[in-house]
Design a protein. Structure first.
Length: 158
């Protein structure tokens, strides 16, 4: 196995470990038995945004949807980095599956929590956005390295 493959393999494991750790922390947050605590966080973020120039049309419920989306962006990015051959829609499907698991667990195990379809949609969108961001950065990095390589080769041929 060449040096490049070893480095890439090691990096994939690092991103996979980050995904597992992030998912574990996210599971604790998303499966917290007391929904009031999470609602309080949403309201605190809403109040902060309103007091600091946030959009006047946004409601606490809008903030909750945005936070549900944001919380899944790193998970989608970590999965894309750990398994680089996955397409963004594979990552979105994995995000959907994870979110569906969370919503079912809330319904079945946590009487104080209520599963919501909008949470499922926002979480899936977040995972997809994480994958799209990684794909965009990869594409930009690849174009940049090719451009740099082309400039380097043209200097050598002069």
């Amino acid at each position: 196995m060449g040096e490049g493959k070893t480095a890439r393999f090691g990096t994939s494991w690092l991103w996979l470990a980050a995904l597992v750790a992030y998912t574990g922390v996210g599971a604790v947050l998303l499966l917290w038995p007391n929904g009031w605590t999470l609602n309080r966080i949403n309201v605190d973020v809403y109040v902060f945004l309103r007091g600091n120039g946030g959009p006047l049309w946004a409601t606490p419920e809008d903030v909750a949807v945005a936070l549900n989306c944001l919380i899944f962006i790193p998970a989608g990015a970590f999965l894309s980095l750990a398994l680089p051959r996955l397409r963004w829609w594979h990552v979105a499907a994995a995000g959907f599956g994870l979110s569906l698991s969370v919503e079912v667990a809330q319904w079945a195990l946590l009487p104080g929590r209520s599963p919501e379809v909008i949470d499922l949609v926002a979480n899936t969108l977040g995972a997809a956005l994480g994958a799209v961001i990684v794909a965009g950065v990869r594409g930009w990095s690849l174009r940049r390295s090719r451009s740099s390589s082309d400039r380097h080769q043209s200097r050598q041929h002069k």
